[in-house]
Design a protein around this ligand. Structure first.
Ligand SMILES: Nc1nc2c(c(=O)[nH]1)N[C@H]1C(S)=C(S)[C@@H](COP(=O)(O)OP(=O)(O)OC[C@H]3O[C@@H](n4cnc5c(N)ncnc54)[C@H](O)[C@@H]3O)O[C@H]1N2
Ligand code: MOO
Ligand SMILES: [Mg+2]
Length: 425
């Protein structure tokens, strides 16, 4: 009988730990380059350089109230119950600078946000004063002793000149936009979004707009991955899904590697006869970083370097595909953007229900976070197999279940990785 030799290389894989896999990837990450965008386009982008304050903020002594700018020393006599009357020498609306100097016995009418006139050191609010006209002159009366600097915001109260405003790698949100606008940064230096090609492999895959056919499913991973990539700060490019054909896969990967910064595929990484990505990364011109990780789901997650660029061949099982992207693709994008926290944040929570599945790999169990009596609980999804798709949407964290446990009991303390898109309820 004619026998084909068994390709044992395909399934004899050396599993590496998640941290080891992450560090192998990290050594190939290259920072994205800088581009400048308009302030209105900066939301959600990552700063490509440290920004320092070109001037103090506030830049002038600013009134915090509508009232009168005075000298606090004039009010000292009020502590004995005496009322004082000050000559009103000017009126200062917001945006103008008085050319008068407030001396003892004088006051200037001032509006909230206006620059204090020379000489004045304190603002008394309008409600604490009364007015008197005499010989065409206006006098303001007050009865309360004021402390120096009351209702005045000093120069540099918030930011000193030269102080670090925002660091490189900051993800720009509303508060940062306000800082940028305040300091006149109308063109914002940000990292170009890493361009990430995404495509799925699988002869069973239908486009999402195709009617179902026997034995076939619609391609959900590609769109899920594109969404995860966007959340991580990358720009996804959806490429045509391919059949389980090694030559086709090779051509698609080559083209994608030449055009994009990162390539992410789903499917075909296990040991099945048509698991072509597993074969592709074992070819000569491919530097395979790992093809097995001691994790579940996603044990067959594979990564390689081709022409200096990273290829992530994620499992086709939706749960494994999702976790593989969060643990490996997301940090890569985040590192390219100089994010200070490229990896998912770890929190400590209490387990919201018994979790009895055990195995000798670390499990990343999709779960939802809940606050009960001021304590964070993580509730494992009822259906959490690697092949299960529908509970991914209900998850805002992954409980990390270490290998070889007896199973975990409700109320036990666990570590969870918080998912970016999640909402604690
Ligand atoms: N003999 C063994 N069989 C399997 C092993 C093993 O170690 N030995 N590992 C299992 C594990 S664990 C996983 S995870 C899967 C990995 O499978 P692949 O990465 O090779 O993915 P496929 O075979 O292509 O597909 C698996 C599953 O996912 C569905 N799929 C694929 N692509 C998509 C997509 N774009 N959208 C939605 N769903 C998709 C596909 O139809 C399959 O049902 O292997 C186990 N087997
Ligand atoms: O790679 Mo599989 O997802 O471990 O179950
Ligand atoms: Mg397979």
């Amino acid at each position: 009988m004619n026998q084909t030799p068994l390709n044992t290389e395909k399934f004899q894989r050396k599993a590496v730990k998640v941290e080891e896999a992450q560090s192998r990837i990290a050594s190939y990450v290259q920072q994205s380059e800088r581009e400048d965008v308009g302030l209105e386009q900066a939301h959600g982008r990552y700063l490509a350089m440290d920004l320092t304050a070109p001037h103090p903020y506030p830049r002038f002594r600013r009134s915090g109230m509508d009232g009168y700018a005075i000298l606090a020393s004039d009010t000292e006599v009020c502590s004995t119950g005496q009322e004082i009357w000050l000559h009103v020498i000017d009126e200062i609306p917001c945006g103008t600078v008085s050319d008068k100097r407030v001396e003892t016995g004088m006051a200037a009418r001032i509006m909230t946000g206006a620059q204090l006139p020379e000489g004045a050191d304190t603002v008394v609010m309008l409600e604490a004063t009364q007015l008197r006209e005499e010989n065409g002159q206006t006098y303001v009366g007050l009865k309360k002793r004021m402390e120096v600097g009351k209702n005045v915001t000093q120069i540099g109260h918030e930011i000193k000149e030269g102080q670090l405003l925002l660091s490189k790698g900051t993800c720009v949100g509303a508060g940062h936009i306000s800082v940028l606008a305040t300091f006149g940064v109308h063109r914002v230096p940000v990292y170009r979004k890493p361009r990430v090609a995404v495509f799925s492999t699988g002869s069973e895959l239908l486009a999402v707009d195709e009617p179902l056919q026997p034995g076939k499913i619609r391609n959900s991973n590609t769109y899920m991955l594109a969404s995860q990539i966007r959340e991580a700060g990358g720009e996804p490019f959806i490429l045509q899904a391919i059949h389980d054909d090694l030559n086709l896969a090779r051509a698609s990967v080559r083209e994608a590697i030449a055009t994009y910064d990162i390539v992410v595929t789903s499917g075909g990484v296990s040991v099945g006869d048509f698991d072509i990505m597993g074969d592709l990364v074992r070819q000569e011109d491919v530097n395979m970083l790992f093809n097995k990780v001691t994790m579940r789901p996603g044990s067959v997650t594979t990564a390689a370097v081709i022409d200096g660029k990273l290829l992530f061949a994620l499992s086709g099982n939706p749960g494994a595909c999702f976790v593989g992207c969060e643990l490996f693709v997301r940090p890569t994008i985040q590192m390219m953007l100089s994010s200070a926290h490229p990896y998912l944040q770890t929190w400590t929570a209490k387990l919201g229900a018994d979790y009895t599945k055990v195995n000798n790999y670390t499990r990343f169990v999709r779960s939802s976070l809940e606050i009960r009596g001021g304590q964070v609980y993580a509730i494992p999804a009822r259906v959490d197999e690697s092949s299960a798709m529908v509970t991914i949407k209900d998850s805002d964290c992954l409980i990390v279940v270490p290998p070889i446990t007896e199973g975990l009991r409700e109320g036990e303390e666990v570590h969870v990785l918080v998912l970016q898109g999640g909402q604690v309820t």
